[in-house]
Ligand binder design. Sequence first.
Ligand code: PMP
Length: 277
Amino acid sequence: MLVYVNGQWLNDNEATISILDRGFVFADAVYEVVRIYNGRYFYLDRHLQRLKQSLSALRIDVDVDSLEIVCRELLERNKTDQGSLYLQISRGAAQRVHGLPQGLTPTVVAYVKGLSNLDTSLQESGGKAIFYEDTRWFMCNIKTVGLLINCLAKGEALSQGADDAIFHRGEIVTEATSSNIFIVKNGTLYTHPNGNLILPGITRQVVIELAHELQIPVEEKPFTREELLAADELFLTGTMAEITPYVKVEGRTIGEGKPGCVTRRLQDAFSQLTRSL
Ligand code: PMP
C-alpha cells in the first residue's frame, strides 16, 4: 500500500514516524476518514472543512488546501474504485513536554485503502447494541485520534455478542463508537444536536438533507435511553456504517425487530446518491 508521509510517497512497510511524535505520545493529532465511491471522494470538501475546525481547535497550523492536493494525488496514484482515505495530522515530534511547542512541523500521514468484499449484512438485517456510559471528554466535536473509550466501548459490545455500543451521558443518548444515532418515532427523525457532546458527522448531515428532500420531519434534539428503547426505528450513520439499522438494544427489541420503512427509504436515497457520484 502506498502511503504519504510528510511529502514522501512510500510503501507502508517503509513508512516511519518518530517515537517522539506527539500523536503517539499524547494523542495530539486529528484525523479524517473519507469514503471513495466509484473512484471519487464523497464530500471531501465537508471532511476538509471539519478537519480545519479540528486543527484550529488544537491550534495546529496546517494549510488544508495543500492537504486537498495530497488527497487528490493519493487517489490518482492509487486508482481505487470503492474504498476509503485515512488522513492524520499530528502537531509533530518534540521532546516530551506538556506545553505546546511552537514551530514544529506537523506530521501528515495519508493512505487510501480499497474495500473489497464489504460486509453489508448489518445494513440489511440490522444490528444489536449495548448501552455504554459516555465517559469521554467534553470536546467530542473535535475529531482527535484519542479514541480509547470508543475502543473500550466497542470491545465491550463485541465481547457481549453485540455489534456496537451506544453512548449515553446519564439518560441522554449521544452517539455510537464511530457513528451518529437517529431514532424514528411516529414518522419523525430525532438525533442529538451538534455541539461538544458529539462529532458533527458528515453522514448525519447528508441524512438530514435527504430527509428534508423526502419530506421526513427531523428534530435535532436530545432523547433519552427510554425514548430510544420505545422508538419505532433506530439507525446509526457514519462514513463506514453509511446507514445501519439497529433492531436490538440491551436485548430489547426496537420497533418490529427489523429495519423499518423510514430507514429503508433513507438507505435507498443514500445509495442513489453514492451511485450517482
Ligand atoms: N461519531 C463518531 C464518534 C465517529 O467516530 C464518527 C466517524 N467518523 C461519526 C460519529 C460519524 O461521522 P461521519 O459521518 O463523518 O463519518
